[in-house]
Design a protein around this ligand. Sequence first.
Ligand code: GRF
Length: 197
Amino acid sequence: MKNIVILISGGGSNMAAIVKAAQREGWAEHHGARVAAVISNKADAKGLQFAGAQGIVTEVLDHKAYPSRDAFDAALAQVIDRYDSPAEPVLVLLAGFMRILTPDFVNRYAGRLVNIHPSLLPSFAGLHTHQRAIDAGCQFVGATVHLVTAELDHGPILAQAVVPVLPGDTADALAARVLTQEHLIYPRAVAQLLQTM
Ligand code: GRF
């Protein structure tokens, strides 16, 4: 069985979409994979309640309790590695996890570390993507699922979805429209990746 570990910081709607897809599509049976744990760096992340209610193990690792980025990432890797063995490899999914990860962490899970970013990468890496796209006059924006490399919001693209920018769109309205597509492409890209693991 492959162990999917999902890292969140907030609402966790992408995590929930993945959990629901795994249930609906029978990932245990078809891909030999289960969502083994959801880890948050914030104790009040709303997504933890959903995961707990689904019977998924949840863990909180508060980054503020660690003296450095290296120390936090090392502790995080220790928790993740509980779900990693040659027989049961881990797949780590970043789903609204608002932390920049150290190269050591990224390299440790190379090829097994996935992120979703709410823009059509390589455009608009980083924060405030929707407002920046509106300000640039983009007529189309979107979301990207990609393998994580040491460079922020880069790495091989696994899936993308495109949505239109409509007249009068605010950043929030656009974010909500993009998010509906994120919920479709993230589970699909993960299911495809599981086939290759
Ligand atoms: C999503 O738009 C994700 O792409 C971005 O942050 C948002 C998180 O949403 N990185 P959620 O926590 O999955 O609901």
